[in-house]
Design a protein around this ligand. Structure first.
Ligand SMILES: [Zn+2]
Length: 103
């Protein structure tokens, strides 16, 4: 674990995050600066290397909320949020994941 790496700190439970899924190979958590709290659909993005604007150098994917009226043009402006808001969104996502496992 690198102390200066936020992903290592989250995975090592040294930093707080809203975790929505975790198993032996995967950790899914909400971005502390989400794009929005609602969406009509999603895009999945993955960047490799500084030239691709990668900021944390661990393999990771972004699940990007999308609306019907917007064009796909990179990351829209991100918003500031509070832990309680993230935790509420995370609770809904975890519930949806758990309901998918049961079906
Ligand atoms: Zn790391």
């Amino acid at each position: 674990m690198k102390e200066d790496c936020i992903f290592c700190r989250i995975a090592g439970k040294a930093a707080d995050a809203t975790v929505v899924y975790e198993d032996s190979q995967t950790l899914a958590f909400l971005d502390i600066h989400p794009l929005t709290s609602k969406a009509d659909g999603i895009s999945i993005g993955q960047s490799n290397g500084k030239a691709a604007s990668q900021e944390v150098f661990h393999m990771h994917v972004h699940i990007i909320p999308r609306f019907n009226h917007e064009m796909m043009s990179g990351f829209p402006n991100r918003k500031q949020t509070h832990r309680a808001e993230l935790d509420e969104i995370g609770r809904k996502i975890k519930t949806a994941i758990e309901s998918q496992k049961r079906d």
